[in-house]
Design a protein around this ligand. Structure first.
Ligand code: GDP
Ligand code: IMO
Ligand code: MG
Length: 424
């Protein structure tokens, strides 16, 4: 069976945990979009892994890991991640394959991300400052892009970097009055990246198609969430890749028709980091309660996440465009202790009620959430492993989410640990 896991909200839904669980029955796990803006957490016993570029299957010692063409690879972060796992006796040798067509995030991308955000002041997007937007801009622009495969020909890369750095220096000086950077220094760093990463670099499209023909089971891991998708999210408050399931085939060269099941991951409430409209946001005691109980601080940047009620309008939209079969609903335990729990089931925009999500920041910012209220529960549910052992109000909440979204909730998270999961 081949599966794909994507986020149904604005990221951080718990994809890392779900991918780690499903990886038990997969031969290969593939990351196909985004870069080190992602932070995917896997908790196994006392060990906690925060993965930015390696697929979340990497903590399982026999799982093959692929970083496909659609990923923006920050080589420094990737090398650090490989070393961090090695320190825990988890080696990636012979089981990590990086696409030669994946684009590299280099220092000037991170500089540009920072300079641009600073210059925008209160209009900034609130990016992770990991150089994602500038790297994908260079990919689309073509002339000044560096790919993993370029690390294989250092002489050609040296000349290429000189031309790129000259160009970037002129732009950064003109727009931001910033000091020039040295192409030679960047080239020295790239030599180290080449030493460490070229051994893992290959044609991953060929590798994946051969694996499919050989009957291997593949798990595709989306980064970010559907509402951050460049084309289908809340533009411009999005990331720079197709982070819905629609990005899967372009991001790895494998058609979606080989995927048997699409899993959408959502939290039992909603969070968002960075700027942009968020109709069900609770910028109040409820939001703080969720943030404290759910430890809602960014895995990548440590920023406090904005918190709000479950938004069935937004999640239904993500399910529809992503052809999602099953929902994994995480962090049910975080809602414990609330007297009442609300679900947003419609928006009012300019006096009109709608239940179809407008993926347009201007229209969405006019939306006020229409809620339905359900009774909460007080019992600790973190040790529950069977749906029928959940408090009645928690079961009713799950069933209402299923009715509103039209899809079965087959995985329920009741804590961060691998084992704190209910399967239905
Ligand atoms: P991702 O980006 O979608 O992989 O999600 P993150 O790792 O950025 O954020 C999810 C956070 O919630 C992590 O700290 C997880 O360990 C944690 N988590 C995942 N599922 C659950 C759950 O069911 N309950 C609780 N309390 N924490 C969870
Ligand atoms: P995972 O995979 C949550 C958000 C940023 C910002 C916007 C653009 O862990 O779910 P970028 O750096 O991509 O240019 O920032 O997207 N963002 C995420 N939010 N989880 C993520 O990844 C995110 N990756 C990017 O906060 O609002
Ligand atoms: Mg995350």
């Amino acid at each position: 069976m081949n599966c794909c896991v994507v986020g149904l909200q604005w990221g951080d839904e718990g994809k890392g945990k779900v991918v780690d669980i499903l990886a038990e029955n997969s031969d290969i796990v593939v990351r196909y979009n985004g870069g080190a803006n992602a932070g995917h957490t896997v908790v196994v016993g006392d060990s906690r892994f925060a993965l930015h570029l390696l697929p979340s299957g990497s903590v399982r010692p026999d799982t093959i890991c692929v970083i496909a063409n659609g990923v923006a690879v920050d080589p420094e972060t990737l090398i650090n991640e490989i070393e961090t796992l090695a320190k825990k006796d988890i080696t990636l040798n012979d089981r990590l394959f990086i696409s030669e067509n994946a684009h590299l995030v280099l220092d000037y991308h991170k500089t540009e991300d920072r300079l641009r955000e600073e210059s925008l002041g209160k209009n900034k997007l609130g990016t992770t400052v990991r150089g994602i937007g500038p790297c994908y801009s260079d990919k689309v622009g073509r002339n000044y892009a560096v790919r993993m495969g370029d690390l294989k020909d250092l002489q050609a890369l040296k000349a290429k970097l000189q031309a790129i750095v000259d160009y970037k220096n002129k732009i950064f000086a003109a727009l931001y009055n910033s000091e020039p950077t040295s192409a030679d220094e960047l080239f020295e760093k790239c030599k180290t990246y080449a030493d460490r990463l070229v051994p893992f670099t290959t044609d991953t499209t060929e590798y994946l198609h051969k694996s499919i023909s050989g009957g291997k089971s593949i798990l595709f891991e989306g980064a970010q969430g559907t509402l951050l998708d460049l084309d289908h999210g809340t533009f411009p408050f999005v990331t720079s890749s197709n982070s819905s399931s629609l990005g899967m085939s372009a991001g790895c060269g494998v058609p979606t028709k080989i995927v048997d099941k699409f899993f959408g991951v959502a939290k039992a409430y909603t969070t968002r980091v960075g700027a942009g409209p968020f109709p069900a946001e609770q910028d109040n005691d409820i939001g703080q309660y969720i943030r404290d109980r759910g430890n809602e601080y960014g895995t990548t940047t440590g920023r406090p996440r904005r918190c709000g009620w479950f938004d069935a309008v937004a999640v239904s939209y993500s399910i529809t465009i992503g052809a999602i079969d099953f929902v994994a609903l995480m962090h049910l335990d975080t809602l414990t202790g609330l007297k009442e729990i609300k679900i947003c089931n419609a928006y009012k925009i300019d006096g009109q009620q709608t239940s179809f999500f407008p993926a347009n920041a201007a229209r969405l910012s006019k939306a006020s959430a229409v809620y339905e209220t359900m009774p909460g529960w007080d019992e600790d549910i973190t040790e529950v492993r069977d749906f029928n052992d959940l408090p009645l109000n928690a079961r009713n909440y799950i069933c209402r989410v299923e009715e509103m979204t039209g899809k079965p909730v087959t995985i329920i998270g009741v804590g961060p640990e691998r084992k704190q999961t209910i399967f239905r």
